[in-house]
Design a protein around this ligand. Structure first.
Ligand SMILES: [Zn+2]
Length: 221
C-alpha cells in the first residue's frame, strides 16, 4: 500500500495491547484522524521520544485495508508552545480533541491559531483566549456586542445558559460592557489587562459553554 504523509498535531494517545498506542491527530490535510503506532510504548521505540504534543509532527503512514492506518515514521518539527505553558497547551489539545471529531476536515489551522494566542500571552489568560477562539471557531459562542437570541445591541447584556442575552430575552448574570470589550480586545492584542474578577467571570462563562455542549470542563490550576 502507498505511504501517506501529513503535518499534524498529536491530540491524544490511548494505550493499545501491551506495546502500542492508538493516536488521534489533527492533520493539515487530513483533519482529524487516527493511526496505530505499533510498539510505540516500548522503551527503545524510535517513535517514543518523537510523539510529543505541542509540536508539529511530520507523519508517514500506510493506509489500512479496512480502517485505521499504521504509523511508519514520525519526525518532530517546531515546538508551538514552550514548556512554561505546557499544561495550558495540553488543555487546548483536550478542547480540540472534543470539538473536532473523527473525519472532520478542519482543526489543524484552528489549533495552531489557539497555540499562538497562548504563546503570546500570560499562561492563564493565554489559555482562556485560546479556548475562546476554539469555541468560536466551532460556532459555540458568538460576538459579545449583541444578544445571541434577537441580535439587539443592548447596553445591558447578561449571561444565561451559556448564552449572551438581552433583558427582553430573559436576562441572567450581568456581563459588564467593560468585560465584553476586554474579551474582544484580548483576542487580537496582547496588552489587555483584566481584573481578577473579570477573569473569574470569563472562566465561568467558558466552563458554562463546555458544560452546556456536553464537553469536559477545563482543569484550572
Ligand atoms: Zn435579545
Amino acid at each position: 500500500m502507498a505511504e501517506l504523509k501529513d503535518t499534524a498535531f498529536l491530540l491524544r494517545r490511548v494505550a493499545y495491547g501491551d506495546t502500542s498506542y492508538i493516536i488521534h491527530f489533527l492533520g493539515k490535510v487530513q483533519g482529524r484522524f487516527t493511526l496505530m503506532a505499533r510498539g510505540a510504548r516500548r522503551p527503545k521505540s524510535p517513535f517514543r521520544p518523537r510523539l510529543e504534543p505541542l509540536h508539529e509532527l511530520q507523519l508517514t503512514w500506510r493506509a489500512g485495508r479496512t480502517g485505521m492506518g499504521t504509523l511508519t515514521d514520525v519526525e518532530r518539527g517546531s515546538e508551538r508552545v514552550d514548556a512554561s505553558r505546557g499544561l495550558e497547551g495540553l488543555q487546548l489539545c483536550a478542547i480540540a480533541a472534543q470539538v473536532f471529531r473523527d473525519g472532520d476536515p478542519h482543526g489543524f489551522a484552528e489549533l495552531a491559531r489557539a497555540f499562538s494566542l497562548l504563546s503570546e500571552r500570560q499562561p492563564y489568560t493565554g489559555m482562556l483566549t485560546g479556548i475562546w477562539q476554539l469555541l468560536s471557531d466551532n460556532g459555540l459562542i458568538g460576538s459579545l456586542d449583541h444578544c445571541w437570541h434577537c441580535a439587539c445591541a443592548d447596553e445591558h447584556l447578561s449571561w444565561r445558559n451559556a448564552e449572551m442575552c438581552c433583558s427582553d430575552c430573559g436576562g441572567g448574570a450581568p456581563v459588564s460592557a467593560g468585560l465584553r470589550r476586554a474579551i474582544t480586545a484580548m483576542m487580537s492584542t496582547t496588552t489587555v489587562r483584566m481584573s481578577k474578577r473579570d477573569l473569574t467571570m470569563w472562566q465561568g462563562m467558558i466552563q458554562d459553554v463546555l458544560r452546556q455542549h456536553g464537553l469536559k470542563p477545563v482543569n484550572v490550576c
